[in-house]
Ligand binder design. Structure first.
Ligand SMILES: CC(C)(COP(=O)(O)OP(=O)(O)OC[C@H]1O[C@@H](n2cnc3c(N)ncnc32)[C@H](O)[C@@H]1OP(=O)(O)O)[C@@H](O)C(=O)NCCC(=O)NCCS
Length: 249
């Protein structure tokens, strides 16, 4: 039996909001990314609305957290802000939290597509076990408010200069309609294909972060053709990777 209590957040958890925000900020710093800044008040609001899951020790100490956000008038829902206290990582607690928030989301928004964008292999493993599939960003919500949340990420320039077509994050989607089909596709086995994925991520880094030469090296002005070449090469390879994963499954 789990040593943790994982439950929909209640009033008694409001006092954990400051600590949750602190862990979110510290982990973003450690990963060298930015995050959509969440205030303790925002976290509290999610708890009050019954849209958050908290994990604690038996004596009420903070272990982990995640909450629900809805986009595009409820057509899309994201399970955001997943965080596990460093002392409790790699014990399966994120998996428990994500399962709980997934079940809560399905109950509250049964028709919504559930999605996420992430660079975390751990999150990809958890999502794929829940039935999420990797998709291109065009299959995710086009709600500007969602994408504005990326503005504080250090990679935001990649997202903007590719017109939101790609970034370092991988988009993953759970589509309830697809899942209900009798001949639905097999889940993406990230664990089995993690080597392939890690290579893909390195490649993505290479293509998207290969800095244009500085002006004094004669490559000023970031030629548009170069950008579209990158997008084209990336798109072809994305399709190739999709086929490889599909065939390997
Ligand atoms: C990502 C995070 C939530 C994972 O929490 P966790 O409790 O350690 O995860 P779990 O123990 O439930 O592990 C879930 C799966 O991920 C794998 N995993 C865990 N940490 C991993 C890592 N650093 N690299 C690769 N895989 C990892 C586990 O082996 C497990 O895989 P399995 O289901 O195939 O066995 C936690 O490390 C964290 O809070 N990180 C900082 C915040 C963050 O990155 N949030 C995600 C933003 S999208």
């Amino acid at each position: 039996m789990s040593q943790y209590i994982v439950q929909t957040a209640r009033y008694e958890h409001l006092q954990l909001a400051d600590e949750i925000c602190r862990h979110m900020e510290e982990s973003a710093k450690a990963r060298g990314t930015g995050i959509a800044k969440r205030s303790p008040d925002y976290i509290k609001q999610k708890m009050v609305e019954g849209k958050a899951v908290v994990a604690t020790t038996a004596d009420g100490k903070f272990v982990g957290f995640c909450y629900i956000e809805s986009w595009g008038h409820g057509k899309f829902v994201a399970n955001s802000g997943l965080i596990v206290h460093p002392d409790h990582r790699k014990s399966g607690i994120a998996k428990e939290i994500k399962q709980k928030i997934f079940d809560l989301t399905r109950k509250k928004y049964p028709a919504a597509k559930i999605f996420g964008i992430t660079t975390s292999l751990a999150v990809m493993r958890i999502n794929s076990a829940l039935g999420y599939k990797p998709v291109t960003f065009s299959e995710l919500t086009d709600d500007d408010n969602f994408w504005k949340g990326c503005a504080s990420c250090t990679n935001y320039d990649v997202l903007t200069r590719t017109n939101r077509k790609m970034c370092l994050c991988t988009g993953m989607l759970y589509d309830p309609v697809e899942e209900e089909k009798p001949n639905k596709k097999k889940p993406w086995d990230v664990a089995k294909q993690s080597k392939l994925y890690e290579r893909w991520l390195r490649f993505k880094n290479h293509v998207l972060f290969k800095k244009d030469k500085p002006a004094d090296e004669g490559d000023a002005g970031q030629p548009k053709e170069k950008e579209s070449e990158k997008v084209l090469v990336y798109s072809i390879l994305a399709v190739a990777l999709g086929c490889a994963i599909y065939l390997a499954a």
